[in-house]
Design a protein around this ligand. Structure first.
Ligand SMILES: Cc1cc2nc3c(=O)[nH]c(=O)nc-3n(C[C@H](O)[C@H](O)[C@H](O)COP(=O)(O)OP(=O)(O)OC[C@H]3O[C@@H](n4cnc5c(N)ncnc54)[C@H](O)[C@@H]3O)c2cc1C
Length: 486
C-alpha cells in the first residue's frame, strides 16, 4: 500500500483493537472518542494533504523498491536536495497543524529512515537485528504507518551523576526470552500520540545514560499498539469539545500524552533491533545521526510555530491599535528574530549537510541541534510576549454562543476597535489565549521545554559536540600578538 489517505489511516486505527484508558474508562474507538478524535482527524488531514493531486509530487517520492509512492519523510536522504525536498514536505505538514503537533508522523519516519540507512550498525553485534531494521522500515514506509515512541523509564529516585537509576519492577525490562521473542514488563513515558498511533517504538534518548549494569533494560524494538498486554493511560484531554471559534487549537490538535504499561508483552524477534547491548543503545542516535534528522524535523515544526506566534502578535497589535508603540515593536522584533534564526539554522543544517559513514546525507548537527536548544527558552519567551501584548484582551473572550445572545449588541458595539469588528477581535484573541494561556497552550510550553530532554542535559550535549578548539585557538592567536609586539 503506498502513501495513505486520511480515511485509510482512520480505518487502520479502528481495525486494530487496543487498550486505551482515560479518566477511569476504557476507550472503545479513538476515532470517535470526544477527547481523542480531534487529534486523530488532524493526523488524517496530513495524510489527505499528501494524497492531493496537486501535492503528491512535493509530499511523496517514488518507492525505490516498488511501484508506489511513499511519504517523503520516509526518504533515506542521499543528497542535499533530498533534505530540502523533505523539509518542504515537513513544513507543509507543520503549517497544517500550526506546529502544534510535534509528534506528527514525520518525527518517527525520519528516525527509522536514518536507522534503515544505517542498518549495518544494528547488525554489527547480531546480524539478524540489521535485517530486522531493514524489513521494519520497508513495512512502515510501504504501509505508511504512524509511530509513537516512549524512551523514558520511570525512576524511583535520582543519581547525582545524571545516569539513569533503573530498578527492577519499575523500568521496562526483559523478563524472559522465548523462541518467539522477548517478554517485557514495566512502564515507559511519555508516549505522545500513543492512543492514535499504529505502532510503538521503544528505545533510549540520545542523551541516555544507561550504565553497564543496565543490560536487561537496553532495548530497541517496535510493536503494534494493539499488542496483547500493552496498556496506554492518557492524561486528561485538552479538547473540551468546544467549537473551533472558542478553542481554535485544542479542538483540533490534541496529540495526547500517555503512560505505557507493558504487562508481559511479547516482542517478536523480528521486531528487535538492540537487545542487551548498552553501548550500542547509548550510541545509536549519535552514530546513525538520527538525532540530526529529528532535529531537522523539529526545526520545521519550530518554524511553523514561530510563524503562528509572530502572525498572531502582529494581528493583535493591529487590532488593539498598539502596533506603532515602541514596546510593541521591540517585542515583535524579538519574535521576528526567533523566526528568522529558526529558518536560518534549518537552512544551514541543509547547506552544510554531509553523508555519514553509511552514505546517508545528514543535516549538519550543530545548526540542527541548536534549533532544539534555542526553542527550549525561546518558546516560553514567545508565549510571554503574547501575554504582554494581549493583557486583558486575553480574557475579553465572549464565546461563540454569546454572539447569538441578548448581549450580542453590546458585544458588537463595545468590543469593536478602529481596525476590527468585535467578532474578528474575539476570534483572534481566542487563538492568542489558546497559544498563551489555555491548558493546551501551557502543555505546548512544557513540551518545548522538555520533549527533547531537559535543558541542562541538552546544553551539556551541545557543548560536547561543539568544535571548541577552533575558537580557543583564535583567541590564543590574538593573545599571542602581545608577545610578538611587547
Ligand atoms: C509534553 C511532553 C511530551 C513528551 N513526549 C514524549 C514522547 O513522545 N516520547 C518520549 O519518549 N518522551 C516524551 N517526553 C518526555 C521527555 O523525553 C522527558 O520529559 C525528558 O527526557 C525529561 O525527562 P523527565 O521528564 O523524566 O524529567 P526529569 O528527569 O524528571 O527532570 C526534571 C527536572 O529535574 C532535573 N533533574 C533530574 N534529574 C536530575 C539529576 N540527577 N541531577 C540534577 N537535576 C536533575 C532536570 O534537569 C529537570 O529540570 C515528553 C515530555 C513532555 C513534557
Amino acid at each position: 500500500m503506498p502513501a495513505r489517505t486520511g480515511a485509510e489511516y482512520l480505518n487502520g486505527l479502528r481495525s486494530q483493537e487496543r487498550e486505551i484508558w482515560m479518566g477511569g474508562e476504557r476507550v472503545t474507538d479513538v476515532t470517535t472518542h470526544p477527547g481523542l478524535s480531534g487529534g486523530a482527524h488532524a493526523i488524517a488531514s496530513l495524510y489527505d494533504l499528501q494524497c492531493r493531486t496537486d501535492m503528491l509530487e512535493s509530499m511523496t517520492f517514488a518507492d525505490p523498491g516498488g511501484d508506489g509512492r511513499l511519504g517523503l519523510s520516509f526518504i533515506v536522504p542521499q543528497s542535499q536536495s533530498d533534505l530540502e525536498k523533505r523539509r518542504v514536505m515537513m513544513l507543509n505538514w507543520a503549517r497544517t497543524t500550526c506546529g502544534m503537533m510535534g509528534r506528527s508522523p514525520d518525527f518517527m519516519n525520519v528516525t527509522f529512515a536514518a536507522w534503515a540507512g544505517a542498518a549495518d550498525y544494528f547488525g554489527e553485534g547480531r546480524p539478524e537485528f540489521g535485517e530486522n531494521m531493514r524489513r521494519y522500515y520497508d513495512h512502515i514506509s510501504r504501509n505508511d504507518l504512524v509511530l509513537t515512541h516512549s524512551l523514558i523509564n520511570l525512576q524511583r529516585s535520582r543519581r547525582v551523576d545524571g545516569m539513569f537509576n533503573l530498578q527492577e519492577g519499575t523500568a521496562l525490562q526483559v523478563v524472559k526470552e522465548t523462541s518467539a521473542g522477548l517478554i517485557v514488563r514495566g512502564a515507559r513515558v511519555l508516549a505522545t500520540l500513543g492512543p492514535i498511533a499504529d505502532e510503538i517504538a521503544v528505545y533510549s534518548p540520545r542523551l541516555a545514560q544507561h550504565t553497564d549494569q543496565h543490560s536487561p533494560f537496553a532495548l530497541n524494538f517496535a510493536i503494534p499498539c494493539g499488542a496483547p498486554g500493552l496498556r496506554f493511560l492518557c492524561r486528561d484531554t485538552f479538547d473540551y469539545g468546544r467549537s473551533h471559534f472558542d478553542h481554535p487549537l485544542g479542538s483540533r490538535f490534541e496529540e495526547m500524552d500517555s503512560i505505557v504499561f507493558f504487562d508481559d508483552v511479547l516482542v517478536p524477534w523480528e521486531r528487535v533491533f538492540v537487545y542487551g547491548d548498552v553501548g550500542r543503545l547509548n550510541n545509536t542516535a549519535t552514530v546513525t545521526m538520527s538525532s540530526a534528522h529529528t532535529s531537522h524535523q523539529g526545526a520545521a515544526k519550530n518554524l511553523a510555530k514561530c510563524e503562528l506566534v509572530l502572525g498572531t502578535a502582529l494581528l493583535m497589535t493591529e487590532t488593539l491599535g498598539t502596533s506603532h508603540l515602541p514596546h510593541s515593536e521591540e517585542r515583535i522584533g524579538e519574535l521576528i528574530m526567533y523566526t528568522e534564526l529558526m529558518r536560518a539554522c534549518m537552512r544551514a543544517a541543509e547547506a552544510d549537510a554531509k553523508p555519514n559513514q553509511f552514505g546517508v546525507m545528514c543535516p549538519a548537527s550543530l545548526p540542527a541541534e541548536t534549533t532544539r536548544n534555542l526553542f527550549m527558552t525561546a518558546y516560553p519567551k514567545m508565549v510571554e510576549i503574547l501575554q504582554l501584548l494581549g493583557s486583558s484582551s486575553m480574557m475579553i473572550l465572549p464565546q461563540k454562543a454569546d454572539f447569538a445572545s441578548p448581549l450580542a449588541g453590546h458585544i458588537e458595539s463595545y468590543l469593536a476597535t478602529d481596525t476590527s469588528t468585535a467578532h474578528d477581535r474575539v476570534r483572534l484573541f481566542h487563538l492568542a489565549w489558546d497559544i498563551a494561556c489555555s491548558s493546551f497552550g501551557n502543555r505546548q510550553v512544557l513540551y518545548e521545554r522538555f520533549f527533547a530532554s531537559d535543558p541542562l542535559t541538552r546544553a551539556r550535549a551541545l557543548a560536547a559536540i561543539y568544535p571548541k578548539k577552533e575558537v580557543t585557538d583564535r583567541v590564543l592567536a590574538f593573545l599571542a600578538l602581545d608577545s610578538a609586539h611587547p
